[in-house]
Ligand binder design. Structure first.
Ligand SMILES: C[S@@+](CC[C@H](N)C(=O)[O-])C[C@H]1O[C@@H](n2cnc3c(N)ncnc32)[C@H](O)[C@@H]1O
Length: 205
């Protein structure tokens, strides 16, 4: 049986034909297969509406930033921003990360961001969580030397679970981050509004 990798909505609001077409053109033009500078790559998995991706693209003008997320309203939002602001260092992959990793096996990243992945708080749903042992092992293999992974969540059980998985991996270095990792994304703001404690980790070899 085919494994299910995505449990969220692919689309929330309706997307106009014009936006859909310019999104398709953007994907063609900014094709990951045509990436030039493969030495300076940053990856974000689960970009949501893309606030962090856009922030990273401004902060790292000489690096290429790849955003992976099947949520179309988010990827269309980012492509729209790139078209209107002449942003050239963002690449989008509008499918699940599992597909991305299978397709682009050769890419290695200086930084990987996973910010506020869906928490799936109910015990029976926790197996849907994106960041599990298999995921962590996969992303660590895709890091460049001295590359770093950044993870944030406001779900304490998710945080503790990730931390305990990391502790079983030999030679890995784990750092708890007190300050905000990048900018306040939509889900960062949601967590703040609810008064939830936000926990962040950086890990690397
Ligand atoms: C709770 S949102 C957080 C979005 C954003 N990082 C933020 O901080 O606002 C989680 C995102 O992860 C995406 N996602 C879920 N499963 C995924 C998968 N298998 N591969 C890539 N993205 C995924 C969802 O579509 C959603 O946009």
């Amino acid at each position: 049986m085919k494994q299910k990798f995505y449990f969220g909505r692919v689309k929330s609001r309706k997307i106009s034909k014009i936006k859909e077409n310019s999104f398709k053109n953007f994907l063609k033009k900014n094709n990951i297969n045509k990436l030039k500078n493969k030495n300076k790559l940053i990856l974000e998995i689960g970009i949501g509406m893309g606030e962090n991706l856009i922030y990273l693209s401004k902060k790292n003008k000489k690096k290429s930033i790849i955003g992976v997320d099947p949520f179309i309203n988010g990827t269309v939002n980012v492509s729209d921003y790139c078209i209107n602001n002449n942003v050239r260092n963002i690449y989008l992959y509008p499918y699940v990360f599992q597909k991305f990793f299978n397709k682009f096996k050769e890419l290695r990243f200086k930084e990987i961001y996973i910010l506020f992945p869906d928490p799936w708080p109910k015990k029976r749903h926790q197996k849907r969580r994106l960041v599990n042992e298999e995921f962590i092992k996969k992303i660590l293999k895709r890091l460049k030397k001295k590359g770093k992974v950044f993870f944030s969540t406001d779900n304490i059980s998710y945080y503790e679970n990730v931390k305990s998985i990391l502790k079983t991996i030999s030679k890995i270095k784990i750092k708890k981050l007190k300050k905000i990792i990048t900018i306040k994304t939509k889900y960062y703001l949601k967590a703040e509004y609810k008064g939830n404690k936000i926990k962040s980790l950086m890990f690397y070899y």
